[in-house]
Design a binder for this molecule. Sequence first.
Ligand SMILES: O=P(O)(O)OC[C@H]1O[C@](O)(COP(=O)(O)O)[C@@H](O)[C@@H]1O
Ligand SMILES: [Mg+2]
Ligand SMILES: [Mg+2]
Length: 348
Amino acid sequence: MSTATLDALLNSYARTGDPVREAVAATVHQLALAAVKVRNVINQGALGKAFAGTRGANTDGDIQKDLDVYADDIFLDAVRQAPVALYASEELEQPVLLNADAPIAIAIDPLDGSSNIDTNVSIGTIFSLLPATGAPDKNPAAAFFQPGVNQLAAGFFIYGPQLALVLSLGSGTHVFVQSARLGTFIQAYESRIIPDRAHEFAINAANYRHWDEAVRLYVDDCMKGSEGPRERDFNMRWIASLVADCYRILVRGGVFLYPGDKRRGYAQGRLRLVYEANPIAYLIEQAGGSATDTIGRILEIEPQSLHQRTPLVFGSSREVARIARYHTEPSGIGERSPLFGNRGLFRA
Ligand SMILES: O=P(O)(O)OC[C@H]1O[C@](O)(COP(=O)(O)O)[C@@H](O)[C@@H]1O
Ligand SMILES: [Mg+2]
Ligand SMILES: [Mg+2]
């Protein structure tokens, strides 16, 4: 029996002879080689001083760790070997022009979940492949101002107990695990389908006092469990690695929220549209789930700048739609019985 591998999927995808598909397949192949290099460095015990060390701040003011910068260098080197016109990264203010005639632009979060590096919790790399529209040599950033529906492919690597790749080439969301024995990525699951009902929610509850009323009401109602308007119990998770929270939702359902809040600089939440929310939304939709900025579809947002943030809600479709109604119907009308009022469990 033949084993389903990443290379087999890429070959079958590129078989049409379409040069853009060939470019996508070649790029994903190079990214997979780069991810193995990053994983090997992590495994060499670089988690302590050297790689959790800090450098300065990136474009968004986040502290850059050595591993953020190292991963960025590795992935930039990798895509130099692929037909890629432009490379935009969380770690670089402006995109890098590579081969102006190539058909692909890549946006990447080279190291997602940086705050977890020194705690040995799963971290990852998120990428989005777009058509290299416009004139890459004259206005490099313009190619990244396309809505996420235009993505040709998207995915993430997760450096966890296993090195896994979650990938969509526009037809389903596939999960591969790297096999050291076989030296390649092997299919771990058939294309994922997220259950449309959620039993688990993920949010950083420490920000409760900063949220707006709709988010508080939603979380309050989940917390009340079987004694509240939802009439069933919920579990809660927050890994603080978008890739790890997304992987869990792809495997067993649930919902993730990083809403905007009242902290300075957090009106649009924390996550970046072009290289975090868009690729995650693409993977989630391809797995039958939904992704919004609490109300509107993430993939339809026209980016205005490379590093812009967006509130992000994704996961099981019914739950994502319910969260939108908490925002559009005052006090979550229609979702809540008057019996339960507005007094939240988190409130004194
Ligand atoms: O620490 P917080 O505010 O809970 O934020 C956690 C979120 O921030 C992120 O770490 C942001 O990504 P980076 O590590 O790439 O900056 C996400 O992976 C995660 O979901
Ligand atoms: Mg990130
Ligand atoms: Mg990052």
